[in-house]
Design a protein around this ligand. Structure first.
Ligand SMILES: Cc1cc2nc3c(=O)[nH]c(=O)nc-3n(C[C@H](O)[C@H](O)[C@H](O)COP(=O)(O)OP(=O)(O)OC[C@H]3O[C@@H](n4cnc5c(N)ncnc54)[C@H](O)[C@@H]3O)c2cc1C
Length: 410
């Protein structure tokens, strides 16, 4: 039986995103406009603020209320693909660029959280990628070897070592997991809330409830038509994630919206280690919060078309049931679970799996970052710093050639 459940991100109930606004009227002009108040837009805002550059940040909903406060709160190096699989698909040098970028992102974000005392339950206790089949166990083991050969840490934990950590039915058959000590878990809504609060303290201009309808380039900038009137700027940062293709033709066939779904439970009496955990090639993922709730997402494969192209917010009850069944069977010792929240969020998947970061081709006035393909917390913070740097000095020191928006033209 499916019981009634709150269809809102559990994380969003732990903060009041509605407070992230200021009472000043929306101006008619700003040097820079940031479209989108997720991790990408907020990070860009923080770095612009630090550089003394004026901006306004717009979001159609509450600031931070998109994917950035609806995800699973896992901060991982690389992508969810096992490293051997990634290397086979894109080559070692490209795979390393992706990994290096995310590692740099995660350490920059960690420093930022601690320097600014953002209370977001950040726990750097590592991650476990648990094998769901013999073939996945082989891929994980090969990934550990290849990661170590390339100077990235990782360890293989066998069944006995996992049993010493905690009990789940998951590793009983295939016994093994890749452990990486530098990954982390956190409460993503508290993170974006903390960033927004910081910006408001510095008198930044944040405008929730402003939907951008159209964007057009002029001789000396960009004109934006919004639900609250026209706004002109010299530079626009388009940080709309899965919605980008509705805002600018460049993104059509380049970033596709993909819906993810998550459930949360009431606190349970037992605990698992406070690590980011994933299985089935990253398709299922979870963490247990410091308050002992389980937060679990994934299983898109069990939805029609794997929820690609779906924007509807209302969760799919069948997928919810699958997620609940997963927890009930993987953590049988923790039963009975009481499920309290079920929500969706929209990700932006790029057509080639690489993020898209920088100026739009042939344009000097529109910058973007997105297409993180489900791992934006590990990419978006550094992306914001890079975009702010380009706005400030016209260039960046970071190696983002591979992520260039112009790469699709050749
Ligand atoms: C279920 C789920 C689980 C995930 N788990 C993880 C995870 O554990 N780890 C990880 O690294 N990543 C995870 N992700 C991905 C991660 O959440 C995203 O990649 C990241 O949040 C993207 O940040 P963003 O700032 O680019 O986009 P968003 O946070 O989505 O922000 C974009 C904003 O743009 C606004 N916007 C869009 N169109 C308009 C418009 N026309 N006018 C005004 N505003 C507009 C939206 O309202 C939104 O607030 C997950 C995503 C989902 C959905």
């Amino acid at each position: 039986m499916t019981l009634p459940i709150a269809e809102i991100s559990y994380w969003q109930t732990t903060v009041n995103l509605a407070k992230l606004r200021n009472s000043r009227p929306l101006p008619e002009h700003s040097d820079v406009v940031i479209l989108g108040g997720g991790i990408t837009g907020l990070s860009t805002a923080c770095w612009l603020q630090q550089a003394g550059i004026h901006f306004v940040l717009l979001d159609q909903n509450w600031i931070g209320s998109g994917a950035s406060s609806r995800n699973a709160g896992l901060l991982l190096a690389g992508t969810a693909e096992h490293f051997v699989r990634l290397v086979a698909a894109v080559g070692i040098s490209e795979a390393k660029i992706l990994w290096d970028y995310s590692i740099k992102n995660n350490s920059l974000l960690e420093d930022f959280i601690f320097q600014n005392k953002i209370d977001c339950d950040f726990r750097k206790e590592g991650s476990l990628f648990i094998a769901s089949s013999e073939s996945e166990a082989n891929e994980l083991l090969e990934s550990v070897k290849l990661l170590r050969q390339n100077g990235y840490g990782s360890e293989w934990l066998n069944r006995k070592e996992l049993r010493n950590l905690f009990h789940t039915e998951l590793y009983e058959n295939f016994g093994g997991a890749r452990f990486y000590e530098k990954d982390a878990t956190f409460n993503p809504a508290k993170l974006v809330y903390g960033m927004g609060e910081l910006l408001l303290k510095q008198r930044a201009r944040l405008f929730p409830g402003v939907k951008v309808h159209t964007i057009s380039e002029t001789n000396d900038g960009v004109t934006i038509q919004t639900s609250r009137g026209q706004l002109d700027c010299h530079m626009l940062v388009l940080a709309a994630n899965g919605y980008a293709s509705f805002l600018h033709p460049y993104f059509q066939q380049k970033i596709e919206p993909v819906r993810g779904q998550v459930i949360a439970t009431k606190p349970v009496s037992k605990t698992i280690p406070p690590m980011a955990m994933l299985t089935n090639f990253g398709y299922e993922y979870w963490q247990q919060t410091p308050g002992r709730q389980f937060i679990m997402g994934g299983m898109r494969w069990s939805a029609e078309e794997a929820d690609v192209g779906k924007l509807e917010e209302k969760p799919d009850p069948k997928l919810r049931e699958n997620l609940q069944n997963f927890l009930n069977s993987a953590f049988a010792d923790f039963r009975p679970f009481t499920f309290t929240h079920n929500w969706t969020g929209i990700m932006g998947f790029s057509v080639d799996g690489f993020p898209i970061i920088g100026k739009l081709p042939g344009r000097n006035t529109i910058l973007t970052a997105g297409g993180y393909t489900g791992h934006g917390m590990s990419f978006g913070f550094l992306s914001g710093k890079i975009l702010a740097g380009i706005i400030k000095s016209g260039k960046t020191e970071e190696n983002i050639q591979l992520f260039s928006p112009g790469r699709f033209l050749v």
